[in-house]
Unconditional design. Structure first.
Length: 463
């Protein structure tokens, strides 16, 4: 058992739990009935969630029926006294407690009633179990003594399949398997859609990017405007980190996964019922999304993530633009829109050193030439990449000026052509990220003129 901060309070809560549960059990043995509430519950069937009718016992009604017996007991009175005598807890009693997002009035009766109710909800009957009671007390004590309210911010990733339960990234950021309760929260906020029947969800998302977010605990009436602004700024920072994970997955390997909105769930016992969510994905039909990351690839992805997060990579703004635009391309439904983002990514990388207008010359030629020499390993590969990237630049120009792009020879559809461009840009960004993560790499990663001339000399020798 974890160390407790108030041993006397802990012992009093355990004694009260024994007394209250025994009293409730005795009441039921004498013919008392537990009222129930009909409610829909989701059952996990592996590849589908099924909504079924269930019954929830309303233990709180039994507690209210026995209110006089419970509240007059020595055990209850001892708990109430110790709560009042604790200086940290006392200032929260009979006061508004919570965060900028949700506050509720806290009193001894509500704390003790909920304590007993949750034990019976878990066991489905009034039975004292030492480990469970200690666990519930620890949650209450941690919440009362904490100076902050922590919410788990989670973004379900539609299409992602893993063989592991968790991939820890930098800090407290992680990709984790969703619990059934978390999936139900996503359903409640419309992040996961039912269909064709409203009682069935096929292949629900099983993983999410998760990160805890802390807000200061607020006690009593307060001016919420300033604190709300700070909270929203903290959330924006977390949201940016989550999107970086999505971009990293898309860049790491081919596949489709989409953020399905966001749910925030409080982990603090005082406001553990509070949630917020929204922003379901408006992107491609989600049943086509598929992104598989095998156990053998997890280590490489974590290394890739560390390279992306390195200070050396972070300080290069052009690389950030290229990575984001590559990620945005995956969100576009039409290949004509995807090619625009991919070419912005390409130019951000291959023309990053051309800051002065007089040096910007023939962008089409420079972009394609540098792409060929940066990605290609042989003369034929460089020539093919050079040719294709010129066609990609022409296609982008035609689209942004209201025209229709030509389909290059050798491709059955424009989407197939865009997929090839995506393949080249992904390869270039992988190589660029490795270079950027090294301490002594030049600002623009490479001397582009030297790259072209040096490899041109090698090609001459091949001939």
């Amino acid at each position: 058992m974890k160390e407790v901060r108030n041993q006397a309070l802990h012992d009093a809560f355990l004694n009260y739990a024994k007394h209250a549960l025994a009293l409730i059990s005795e009441s039921l043995d004498k013919g008392g009935e537990v009222p129930t509430l009909h409610e829909a519950v989701w059952a996990d069937r592996g590849n589908a969630l099924i909504r079924q009718e269930g019954e929830k016992p309303l233990w709180i009604i039994i507690i209210h029926r026995l209110d006089k017996l419970l509240t007059s007991s020595v055990e209850y009175q001892e708990c109430a006294k110790l709560l009042r005598e604790d200086s940290i807890i006392a200032k929260q009693l009979n006061n508004l407690v919570g965060s900028v997002h949700m506050q509720a009035t806290l009193n001894s009766e509500d704390i003790l009633n909920r304590f007993i109710t949750e034990i019976m909800d878990i066991k489905a009957e009034p039975i004292f179990q030492d480990n469970l009671v200690n666990e519930r007390y620890s949650l209450i004590e941690n919440a009362l003594y904490s100076d902050e309210i922590v919410t788990d911010t989670l973004v379900p990733l539609l299409g992602l399949e893993l063989k592991t339960d968790k991939i820890s990234l930098s800090g407290d950021l992680a990709i984790e398997r969703l619990t059934l309760d978390e999936i139900v929260s996503c359903i409640r906020f419309g992040l996961i859609r039912t269909g064709p029947s409203e009682n069935v969800i096929f292949n629900p998302p099983r993983y999410a990017v998760k990160v805890p977010l802390s807000d200061p605990k607020m006690i009593g009436p307060m001016d919420l405007i300033d604190e709300a602004a700070k909270s929203f700024r903290r959330f924006d920072e977390v949201a940016e980190r989550i999107i970086e994970v999505v971009h990293a997955l898309r860049l790491f390997k081919p596949g489709q996964c989409f953020p399905g909105g966001v749910v925030r769930r409080s982990t603090n016992w005082l406001v553990s019922g509070s949630m917020a969510g929204g922003g379901a994905s408006p992107f491609k039909p989600l049943w086509f999304a598929e992104y598989k990351l095998d156990n053998s690839e997890v280590g490489a992805f974590k290394q890739f993530w560390d390279q992306l997060q390195s200070p050396e990579a972070k300080r290069r703004g052009f690389l950030d633009v290229a990575i984001k635009r590559f990620g945005y391309a995956a969100e576009r439904q039409l290949p004509e829109d995807q090619i625009i983002d991919l070419m912005i990514a390409s130019e951000a990388l291959f023309l990053c050193d051309l800051s002065e207008e007089q040096f910007r010359g023939e962008l089409r030629f420079r972009n394609a030439l540098r792409a060929g020499f940066f990605i290609g390993q042989t003369t034929n590969e460089r020539r093919e990449i050079f040719r294709l990237m010129k066609k990609a630049y022409d296609a982008r120009s035609a689209i942004v000026h209201g025209g229709k792009p030509d389909l290059p020879a050798g491709f059955g559809s424009f989407g197939e052509f865009v997929s090839k461009v995506q393949e080249y840009v992904r390869a270039a960004l992988h190589k660029a990220i490795i270079l950027a993560s090294k301490a002594h790499t030049p600002k623009y990663l490479i001397d582009w003129d030297e790259l072209v001339f040096a490899k041109s000399f090698e090609s001459d020798k091949e001939l």
